[in-house]
Design a protein around this ligand. Structure first.
Ligand SMILES: [Fe+2]
Ligand SMILES: [Fe+2]
Length: 197
């Protein structure tokens, strides 16, 4: 993130670890991928690495997209797409059956959306702005719509059209969506057995 030299990066890094935000130690999920301390950071790095590789591949086939898929935008949108999760997990203990079928207490997390119940991608985008990062419209849209249709409010024609328009206008949207899927479903597969963006 610092390699982008973007104004506000240092403020953003501080913001992600203050108040109720615990981006650097939060899990990526409770029951699915990377459900351990630091899982959210690891997932974000996995998405960023996948997105940078996808960028290289895409530009070998479509060199004309270089100005729309800058390295800095790919890094910013992919690393920040899930920062909405920085404030929702609380450590707890939970009973679970072990491999022999015996109930044991294990470390787990409760999920609490009360801090800022704004949603998912839209919450990440707003948090990046709140943190004071100098962020572009296409980076905000790639973060907002990284879940594609999985995050559409039911029967919202306007949301569907916004998603499609954002994707048509900005290749960065599709790139981050794809990288998130590769990280969660392929790279992180086996860390839990199920997918969860
Ligand atoms: Fe997400
Ligand atoms: Fe994600």
């Amino acid at each position: 993130m610092k390699s982008t030299g973007r104004e506000g990066v240092d403020d953003l890094i501080e913001y992600l670890d203050e108040g109720r935000n615990h981006f650097f130690t939060a899990p990526a999920s409770v029951n699915h991928h990377l459900n351990n301390d630091g899982g959210l950071l690891q997932h974000s790095l996995n998405v960023c690495h996948a997105a940078l590789k996808l960028r290289e591949l895409t530009l070998t086939m479509r060199p004309d997209l270089e100005s729309q898929l800058t390295r800095d935008s790919v890094i910013i949108a992919s690393l920040l797409h899930d920062i909405c999760k920085a404030d929702i997990y609380r450590p707890t203990r939970r009973k679970r059956k072990d491999a022999t079928g015996l109930w044991v207490e294990v470390d787990s997390y409760d999920v609490d959306y009360s801090n800022f119940p704004m949603g998912h991608g839209e919450k990440s985008a707003i948090m990046a702005l709140w943190a004071g990062l100098d962020i572009t419209q296409e980076e905000l849209l790639a973060i907002r719509w990284h879940m594609t249709a999985w995050d559409l409010p039911m029967q919202s024609v306007e949301a569907g059209k916004s998603l499609n328009t954002a994707r048509d206008l900005h290749p960065l949207c599709s790139l981050v969506q794809l990288a998130d899927g590769i990280a969660a479903n392929l790279v992180e597969f086996g860390t839990d057995g199920k997918e969860n963006f």
